[in-house]
Design a protein. Structure first.
Length: 180
């Protein structure tokens, strides 16, 4: 399916993706909406909104996208914003894109635990992502991503593999505690 929102024709806008978790990530869509309404974001925004319940006013929301279209949108966008899941971040890195990342938080009911924070802190420390924790941080991270658009993320290594393995082990332990 071809993107019909003009991102490719205009040289790219902002593409955001919340993933496919059954937990809504309304906080991210709400922050993008507010930043757009406040004039802090002047680019068009398209978001893969998944199971979000919030209906954005300034963001074109598409619930789910096939993987090839998701990859096309990531490659075409001037800025990519995503949740802190290893799959989406990994896709961005494979496409040589350094995403702005907002980790899902258990305290907001967006995920079962805060494992994304661990992974995101490690990846931000390595310069692989722009990490944002709130609306002001998201605005600042978008500015950094726009200014640094042509600089690809650094290549992976043992530290990254170790961080991902640690997060996966913690998720496995949490799953066993929860479901026996």
């Amino acid at each position: 399916m071809k993107a019909d929102d003009g991102l490719e024709r205009t040289g790219g806008g902002i593409f955001a993706a919340v993933g496919t978790s059954l937990f809504p990530f309304d906080r991210l869509l709400r922050m993008l909406d507010e930043l757009s309404e406040e004039g802090a974001i002047a680019l068009p925004i398209v978001a893969q909104s998944g199971h979000c319940t919030y209906v954005p006013r300034q963001v074109q929301a598409i619930r789910f996208l096939p993987a090839p279209e998701l990859e096309t949108r990531i490659a075409a966008a001037r800025v990519v914003i995503c949740h802190g899941g290893a799959g989406l971040i990994g896709t961005c890195l494979l496409l040589r894109r350094r995403p702005v990342v907002v980790a899902r938080r258990a305290g907001f009911g967006e995920i079962v635990n805060d494992h994304q924070l661990e992974l995101c802190a490690e990846m931000a420390g390595q310069g692989r992502i722009f990490l944002a924790e709130d609306k002001a941080g998201l605005s600042a991270a978008i500015g950094k991503a726009l200014a640094d658009r042509d600089t690809p993320p650094p290549p992976g290594g043992d530290r990254l593999r170790g961080a991902v393995a640690a997060v996966l082990e913690e998720m496995d332990r949490d799953h066993l505690r929860q479901w026996g």
